[in-house]
Design a protein around this ligand. Structure first.
Ligand SMILES: Nc1ncnc2c1ncn2[C@@H]1O[C@H](COP(=O)(O)OP(=O)(O)OP(=O)(O)O)[C@@H](O)[C@H]1O
Ligand SMILES: [Mg+2]
Length: 414
């Protein structure tokens, strides 16, 4: 049982003539070269949720887009069938023409346009977080009344495209203040459970472990944290902390606002979170731990994440990487069973991210020359290469050590 997106499909929208991507129930890392279409896939989800923003794409004939959503074992299709968009539109002029549910399939039990969902009682309002994460200083005047779940679900659907484009940022501070002053009240026990869960897990979100914690909010309504024994205001935290906190609080805020009361526990909440470029602002150490951290804090959520980071890719478990080929306008892809935890950063960059320029790195040039000298049994040449390599490699570099052994063998032969 679970609630997750099984598959995204689009035809004749933007870059793709046809795109079909299957997802795992838990973690999915969309990876590939620049411009291969990672953000495009998130935008497909966003226009399913808000076709009013159709103008972010250009469309071909019979454009259609949908997501297959597994709602506790039942697959339903949510999206937009042929005829939904005004065709022949110019750039930035496309518009939502009418509500058309997408086509039916054998394995699907029902198809809906997003406008049908509330009436059918289906809570499908994924969270989309664009590649912009920062906490801007905001002066908070007090607690703010929160909207009803149905209003919030519609709000998140409406915000989806602006969120990909960076126009929507979560209001972390307002959430903290509302909760901090509410949780003592009897009726707020569900919120108290979530607050405690997050505050207790703060040490897990930081490479500093127990050296990072929440302290208090005083009368000035400014949350104070403790970092390595010193007080630190929210906006004073480094970009990495702000990125991680803004992400976590954004997810909590979403869980608590789109779910009805019985489903708002963080530990049990289901649904999908899309995050574009999860690695932005994160120190490599953070990039290595963030997958585990999200898993620990949000054990039931599905994550669909794009990334450029070899560290994040290395942290993915087997079966979580979805590699998007570049230069193709028809794709039919699913998670690969590969795992990159034993790959070096350069190997991941070259193979997964298709970075071409690594060969030009000085190390590779000198290494290539050294190999030529070994082939030619040119002892002087090998010695020169070793001197050069010693200046630019890690002292334990195994390849250079091998070259040194080779040199010793050649000297012995001599
Ligand atoms: N109407 C269109 N027809 C063909 N190609 C298009 C169209 N619209 C966009 N594209 C191409 O789609 C790609 C957009 O890619 P997208 O933003 O999804 O890439 P990305 O994988 O997120 O890249 P990055 O890693 O740089 O964020 C670009 O290469 C762009 O040229
Ligand atoms: Mg992108």
């Amino acid at each position: 049982m679970g609630k997750y997106i099984e598959c995204l499909y689009a035809r004749n929208i933007g870059k793709y003539k046809e795109a079909k991507v299957k997802f795992n129930e838990k973690f999915n890392f969309l990876v590939g070269a620049n411009g291969c279409g990672k953000t495009t896939l998130i935008k497909y989800m966003a226009i399913i949720l808000n076709p009013g923003r159709a103008n972010v794409f250009r469309y071909g004939d019979n454009a259609t887009v949908w997501a297959d959503y597994n709602d506790d074992g039942k697959s339903i299709r949510v999206g937009l069938g042929e005829g939904w968009v005004r065709e022949g539109s110019d750039y930035r002029k496309a518009s939502h023409n009418m509500w058309v549910a997408p086509q039916m399939d054998d394995n699907i039990s029902a198809t809906y346009a997003v406008s049908d969902l509330e009436e059918k009682g289906i809570n499908f309002a994924p969270l989309i977080l664009g590649a912009y994460r920062r906490i801007e200083y905001q002066e908070i005047e007090g607690m703010k009344k929160e909207a009803l779940p149905i209003q919030k679900r519609n709000y998140y659907r409406e915000q989806s495209i602006s969120s990909v484009e960076g126009g929507y940022l979560p209001n972390v501070k307002q959430w903290m203040i509302n909760r901090y002053f509410e949780i003592e009240k009897e009726w707020a026990y569900k919120y108290r459970e979530n607050w405690d869960w997050i505050i207790d897990n703060l040490s897990a979100v930081s490479p500093f472990g127990k050296d990072f914690s929440f302290k208090e909010i005083k009368k000035d309504l400014e949350p104070i944290f403790m970092l390595k024994g010193k007080e630190c205001y929210l906006e004073e935290l480094s970009a990495g902390f702000q990125a991680v906190l803004s992400l976590i609080f954004a997810i909590v805020e979403w869980i608590e606002s789109v779910n009805d009361e019985e489903n708002l526990s963080i530990q049990r909440a289901a649904g999908t979170v899309f995050i574009d470029e999860l690695d932005v602002h994160l120190h490599p150490e953070w990039q290595l731990i963030i997958r585990g951290m999200l898993d620990k804090i949000f054990p039931k959520l599905q994550f669909i994440i794009t990334t450029h980071s070899p560290h994040l890719i290395a942290s993915a478990y087997a079966g979580e990487i979805i590699k998007i080929p570049s230069g193709e306008n028809v794709i039919d892809i699913a998670p690969s069973n590969k795992c990159y935890s034993g790959w070096s950063t350069d190997e991941i960059l070259e193979d997964v991210m298709e970075v071409k320029n690594l060969e030009n790195k000085k190390y590779n040039i000198v290494l290539k020359k050294a190999m030529e000298h070994i082939m030619n049994k040119d002892i002087k040449g090998i010695q020169r290469s070793i001197e050069e390599l010693d200046l630019i490699v890690h002292p334990n570099n195994t390849i250079v050590n091998e070259i040194k052994i080779k040199l010793a063998e050649l000297l012995l032969e001599d």
